[in-house]
Design a protein around this ligand. Structure first.
Ligand code: PDD
Length: 284
């Protein structure tokens, strides 16, 4: 069975999908995207991802081509057509196709693309062993709250991570961790407080972040939203990262130095379980 993707209103085999070279996503990175996880064939935290998609579009003045109900219908359809059980749905909206000119063109239709990817998430080896990360300078622009497809700084950060043989790069600005190349960063201090950076234009408002904070608070765990330094992270008891596709992933070393005892800790294990329980309880 060929892979089925979605382009501008149609489901087509991947080989037949085409985007014109004048698409502003291609020329300017003038577009936004979302990634929703699929576990057990179900979309996880999907309404929140669609709300962030709506917000990202609004911030750069692109009309949302579909109401949420339509997005959900399309997502379920692409999951079904690809027989996806575990992985992700990727959605991208660009300003559309027009002769190259920086300012917004008039009367263009947004370009909409969706595809699925299979990914082993629940039984990912790093969930058991823990992941290593490196730190890199945060080279990004000043509106990181928008889920822009312009990801060159993250591409460079994650390439550095790949060359170092680690899972993720934690980006650092003014001595504090902003977030991972494609994930939110957390530490758990020695007194058991879960710490993650407060929301601002300096980082993406992670959907998994929000759910994990809620689940932690419901379990009577202490959560503090504030910035932390790499030194503080190295002094922490545990560390982890969250994203739609990593769920909750333990971080056991930073720049080659162990976090805590360098092993996956009990609180991260518990948070991952709480997240998986939430996913399992999600209606189809
Ligand atoms: N990335 N921070 C950044 C910079 C991200 O790109 C992502 C997600 C996150 C986590 O957000 P969420 O929990 O909503 O997935 C934080 C996606 C998965 C990606 O680019 O593939």
């Amino acid at each position: 069975m060929s892979r089925i993707v979605f382009v501008n209103g149609s489901f087509v085999p991947y080989e037949e999908a085409r985007i014109p070279i004048m698409d502003r996503g291609f020329l300017f990175g003038d577009g936004i995207y979302e990634v929703s996880a699929v576990l057990g064939g179900k979309l996880i935290d999907n309404e929140a991802h669609l709300a962030r998609l709506e917000r990202s579009l609004g911030e750069i003045q692109i009309r949302n081509p579909y109401p949420a109900e339509k997005w959900i219908e399309l997502e379920k359809e692409i999951v079904r057509r690809n027989g996806l059980q575990e992985g992700l749905v990727y959605m991208q909206v660009t300003r559309g196709v027009a002769e190259r000119d920086f300012a917004f063109p008039k009367d263009v239709e947004p370009t909409v693309v969706m595809f699925t990817q299979e990914k082993n998430m629940r039984a990912a080896p790093a969930a058991q062993k823990g992941a290593a990360v490196i730190t890199v300078p945060d080279l990004r622009w000043k509106r990181r709250d928008i889920k822009s497809v312009a990801l060159l700084a993250q591409v460079l950060a994650k390439q550095a991570a790949a060359e170092a043989g680690v899972a993720e790069a934690w980006m650092v600005e003014d001595g504090k961790v902003t977030e991972g190349g494609s994930s939110t960063s957390f530490i758990i201090t020695r007194d058991g407080t879960i710490v993650t950076r407060q929301l601002s234009t300096a980082l993406l408002p992670g959907i998994t972040r929000k759910t994990v904070i809620r689940l932690a608070q419901e379990a009577q765990l202490r959560v503090e939203e504030r910035a932390f330094s790499v030194e503080e992270a190295l002094d922490a008891q545990e560390a982890f990262l969250t994203s739609a596709t990593s769920l909750v992933l333990p971080v056991v070393s930073i720049d080659g130095k162990p976090v805590g005892d360098g092993k996956v800790g009990p609180m991260v294990r518990r948070l991952r379980e709480l997240y998986l329980d939430m996913a399992d309880a999600t209606p189809a």
